[in-house]
Design a protein around this ligand. Structure first.
Ligand code: PGA
Length: 252
């Protein structure tokens, strides 16, 4: 059995002020140190700097929720990979389903973003997931295979082994309809097999695959107990210090 670290990342989405971020991170520091997991927070661009400063000396890693697909230049409103590193981010979510749905990101754009993020030396967390209709009509695996093969196109084995995939079924995000541990495990194993077929077993064995979608303190343990679930991406429950602390202190 390969040893993969287990990772828990909170995704704050478009929430919190800088002051709230600082107080949350200070409040989380002790639990993060006691946690069996690697802990990260994906925060809005405006607070990466302050969050990274507050997290300095703790085990909490700070990341961004998105990044531009171009290096620099006349792209008003965009934030580059170099800029998020400069602000203190050590990872970044790419291709979250809200970006795909609300901002029309496609697999080619996700691929350009991942390539750009790898160039600046931080970790991309590539988000994938099928919709309810796709699962019900039996297309979940073909959608996930396409998202993986196109989103990760052209990456080396080493790059694959260094990144994280977040499997987030769209029907589970913000719906309280969490995937059962069995469905999540089966889907993670499928994703790992797609990676193994293209990039080899070693890269697939090292790749971290996190689950996201309505994770809360009650369902976290059963998900984390699955052999192919290497961590969690937590949205709503990461906004509450109490709920997120309880998730990071989940017993294995
Ligand atoms: P949720 O969001 O935990 O609120 O379902 C997860 C996510 O979108 O990353």
């Amino acid at each position: 059995m390969p040893h993969r670290p287990k990772v828990i990342i909170g995704n704050w989405k478009m929430n919190k002020t800088i002051a709230e971020a600082k107080s949350f991170i200070s409040g989380l520091a002790l639990a993060a140190k006691q946690s069996a997991f690697q802990i990260g927070l994906a925060v809005p661009f405006t607070m990466i700097d302050a969050a990274a400063e507050t997290a300095r000396g703790t085990v909490i890693r700070i990341g961004a929720q998105d990044v531009a697909d171009r290096e620099e230049g006349p792209y008003t409103g965009e934030v580059s990979a170099k800029m998020i590193v400069d602000a203190g981010a050590s990872f970044v979510l790419v291709g979250h389903s809200e970006r795909r749905r609300c901002f029309h990101e496609d697999d080619a754009m996700v691929n350009r973003k991942i390539q750009g993020v790898l160039k600046v030396g931080i970790q991309p967390v590539c988000c994938i997931g099928e919709t309810q209709e796709e699962r019900q009509s039996g297309q979940a695996y073909s959608v996930l295979r396409r998202q993986l093969l196109q989103g990760l196109h052209g990456l080396s084995k080493e790059a694959i082994a260094s990144l994280s995939i977040a499997y987030e079924p769209v029907w589970a995000i913000g719906t309280s309809q969490v995937a059962t541990p069995e469905i999540a495990q089966e889907t993670h194993a499928f994703c790992r097999s797609v990676i193994a077929d293209t990039w080899g077993k070693e890269a697939a064995d090292r790749l971290i695959i996190q689950y996201g979608g309505s994770v809360n303190p009650t369902n976290a343990a059963a998900l984390l107990a699955q052999s192919d679930i290497d961590g969690l991406l937590v949205g709503n429950a990461s906004l509450s210090l109490e709920a997120f602390t309880s998730i990071v202190l989940t017993h294995m």
